[in-house]
Design a binder for this molecule. Structure first.
Ligand SMILES: *[C@@H]1O[C@H](CO)[C@@H](O)[C@H](O)[C@H]1NC(C)=O
Ligand SMILES: *[C@@H]1O[C@H](CO)[C@@H](O)[C@H](O)[C@H]1NC(C)=O
Ligand SMILES: *[C@@H]1O[C@H](CO)[C@@H](O)[C@H](O)[C@H]1NC(C)=O
Length: 397
C-alpha cells in the first residue's frame, strides 16, 4: 500500500521533470521540428494522463480496501506524512505536526549504518552549552583514531528545547525527546522527581529503538571516543555494558554496570529485557535506572528469557573510576566518578590534550612504555568515595 503510493508519487515527479523529453532529444541526435515536437508532446501528454488515471483508480481501490480491513488504524494525516518524502517530515521539526514515531524513525533511518546500527546519546541544556561537554564529545570523534565516520551514525536525543537547538547547529541527526509533565527549562536536580522521570524516559526510549529493529551503542555525552569500539565488542551476547570497576571476568554479575555506555542488539530478548527494566522502576521507587539494573541483573527473569549480560573491560572502555591504563588500547573514556560540571569539563579537556600529545609521539615512543593519562585531577580517585556515595552525582547532569 505504502509502496503503491511511493511509486505513484515518483511517477508524478518523473513526468513533471523535463528529463524524459531531454533524453529523448539526445537519443534522436538533434532537435525535432517544432510541429513534430508538439505532436510528440501531445501523445506523451495523453499517455501521462492515462497513467495517472490508472494510478488514481488503483490507489483509490487500495484506500477503500485498506479502510475496510483496518477501519480504526486508518488516519489520512498519518498516512500522508509517512508516504511523502522524508524531507517534508523532517525539514523543520519545531513546526511540523508529524507523528513522533515517524520523526524518530526518520532520524534513525538517516543515521543508521547499513546493518541498522546507530550511536545514541541524550543531551540536556547545561551540557549542550558552548565549550561544555557536548563540544568536547564531538571533538573527541574528530581527534580519535578513525572515529570521524562514526559521527554520521550518531543520533542526539535532546531532552529540552535549548539542547535541541544547539544540536541542530552542530549535528545532522537530532531528535527532540519530550518527556510529558516535566519542565526542563527548570534545571532537573539530581534524583529529583523530574530527573528520575527523565532517566526512565531514556530507558523507555531505547526500548522503542530496539522495537523498531535498530541496534545501538548508547553513550553518555561525557564519554570521549578515541577508537572504534566495534572490534572490541563480544560476539556471544546481545547486551553488553561498561562498568565503573571491572573485576576481570566479563560474565561476573558482581561487576557494577555503568548505564552510560552499552551496546545492545535488537532481539526479542533485549526488547523483553528493556520492558522488564522499565517496569522494575515501580519496585524501586526513587532509584534511577542504573541502580535498578544493579538489582535486577540477578533476577531469574533474565536467564528465563535467555539473555546474557556481559561486562566490558575498562582496558578498552575506561573512565575516571578506573582509567584505561594503556593509551595503546583505549577506545572510550568516561568522566564518571566526578562531582560537578566544572570539574568534569576541566578534566575532560586535559584528557583530550593527553590524547593529542600521545598521537604526536613517534611510533617507537608510543610502544616503548605504558603510557597513561594525567587525569583525573579534579574528578576521580580522591573524590571517588564522595562521588560513589552520592551515586555519581554528575551522571547526566
Ligand atoms: C523552523 O521554522 C521556523 C519558522 O518557519 C524558523 O524560524 C526556524 O528557523 C526553522 N528551524 C530550522 C531548524 O530550520
Ligand atoms: C590508528 O588506526 C590505524 C588503522 O587501524 C592503525 O594502523 C594505527 O596504528 C592506529 N594508530 C593509533 C595511534 O592507534
Ligand atoms: C554493523 O556495521 C559496523 C560497521 O561496519 C560493524 O562494525 C558492526 O559490527 C556491525 N554490527 C552488527 C550488529 O553486525
Amino acid at each position: 500500500m505504502k509502496m503503491e503510493f511511493m511509486k505513484f508519487y515518483e511517477v508524478l515527479n518523473d513526468f513533471h521533470s523535463s528529463d524524459i523529453i531531454d533524453s529523448d532529444v539526445r537519443r534522436n541526435g538533434k532537435m525535432k521540428s517544432p510541429e513534430s515536437g508538439n505532436r510528440r508532446y501531445h501523445v506523451f501528454h495523453n499517455q501521462v494522463l492515462r497513467t495517472l488515471l490508472l494510478f488514481a483508480m488503483v490507489s483509490l481501490a487500495c484506500l477503500v480496501l485498506y479502510h475496510a480491513v483496518y477501519p480504526l488504524q486508518f488516519s489520512p494525516v498519518r498516512f500522508y506524512s509517512f508516504s511523502l518524502p522524508r524531507v517534508y517530515a523532517h525539514a523543520n521539526t519545531s513546526t511540523n505536526s508529524g507523528n513522533e514515531e515517524d520523526k524518530l524513525e526518520g532520524v534513525l533511518k538517516r543515521a543508521a549504518m547499513s546493518n541498522k546500527t546507530v550511536l545514541i546519546t541524550t543531551l540536556n541544556e547545561a551540557w549542550a552549552e558552548p565549550n561544555s561537554v557536548f563540544d568536547l564529545f564531538l571533538e573527541s570523534f574528530r581527534i580519535g583514531n578513525q572515529t570521524l565516520w562514526l559521527l554520521k551514525h550518531l543520533v542526539v536525543a535532546a531532552l529540552d528545547q535549548k539542547a535541541y537547538a544547539r544540536c541542530l547547529e552542530l549535528h545532522p541527526n537530532c531528535y527532540f525527546l519530550k518527556t510529558d509533565g516535566v519542565d526542563f527549562s527548570v534545571e532537573a536536580h539530581f534524583m529529583s522527581p523530574g530527573y528520575l522521570k527523565m532517566m526512565w524516559r531514556r530507558i523507555d526510549f531505547l526500548r522503542i529503538v530496539l522495537d523498531m529493529g535498530y541496534n545501538f551503542i548508547f553513550t553518555d555525552t561525557d564519554i570521549m571516543w578515541f577508537r572504534n569500539p566495534f572490534p572490541h565488542f563480544y560476539l556471544d551476547t546481545d547486551f553488553q555494558i561498561a562498568c565503573d570497576n571491572f573485576l576481570g571476568n566479563p560474565w561476573d554479575l558482581n561487576n557494577a554496570p555503568n548505564g552510560g555506555f552499552n551496546y545492545v542488539k535488537s532481539s526479542s530478548q533485549t526488547i523483553q529485557f528493556y520492558k522488564f527494566w522499565y517496569k522494575s522502576r515501580q519496585n524501586y521507587p526513587r532509584k534511577h535506572d542504573q541502580d535498578v539494573l544493579n538489582k535486577i541483573k540477578y533476577d531469574p527473569f533474565i536467564s528465563e528469557i535467555g539473555l546474557k549480560i556481559k561486562f566490558l573491560d575498562t582496558a578498552y572502555f575506561g573512565g575516571f573510576c578506573q582509567p584505561s591504563k594503556d593509551l595503546n588500547f583505549v577506545c572510550t573514556m568516561h568522566s564518571n566518578c566526578c562531582v560537578g560540571l566544572d570539574n568534569k569539563v576541566h578534566d575532560l579537556k586535559i584528557l583530550l590534550q593527553d590524547w593529542t600529545k600521545y598521537l604526536d609521539l613517534p611510533p617507537k615512543l608510543k610502544e616503548s612504555k605504558t603510557l597513561s593519562w594525567t587525569v583525573p585531577q579534579r574528578c576521580g580517585s580522591g573524590h571517588r568515595r564522595i562521588a560513589r556515595k552520592k551515586n555519581d552525582k554528575t551522571r547526566n547532569l
